[in-house]
Design a protein around this ligand. Structure first.
Ligand SMILES: [Zn+2]
Ligand SMILES: [Zn+2]
Length: 106
């Protein structure tokens, strides 16, 4: 069994808890190193990586608003902003679900 461990963050020097659950997760994933940074610093680094990733700006085919996409928009493919994309996905999932329930004829 794992026990909570207190580690010191390499980045900000703050102490943080490497919880039993996280240790189990690390072991499962085969990570040999303990985390070097506290959660905040890890999150900050993750976010920094995200910002570094190039985003292309396109016009949303649905609402005409600004859409930021991680790929280069092509003219033959409509681009949607994250709001419209989520909405469409929701609708798609909803319709496929209703198809399943109406598919009772055997
Ligand atoms: Zn830190
Ligand atoms: Zn939109």
């Amino acid at each position: 069994m794992y026990e909570d461990k207190t580690l010191t963050c390499k980045e900000c020097g703050k102490e943080f808890v490497f919880t039993a659950g996280e240790q189990e997760f690390y072991a499962e994933k085969g990570f040999e190193n303990e985390p070097q940074r506290c959660k905040e610093c890890r999150e900050a680094r993750k976010n920094a990586n995200r910002v570094e990733r190039k985003l292309f700006t396109a016009t949303c085919a649905s609402c005409g608003g600004e859409a930021k996409v991680p790929f280069e928009p092509r003219e033959d493919r409509p681009v949607y902003c994250s709001t419209c994309f989520a909405k469409m996905k929701e609708e798609q999932e909803g319709s496929s679900q209703s198809n399943v329930s109406s598919d009772s004829v055997m």
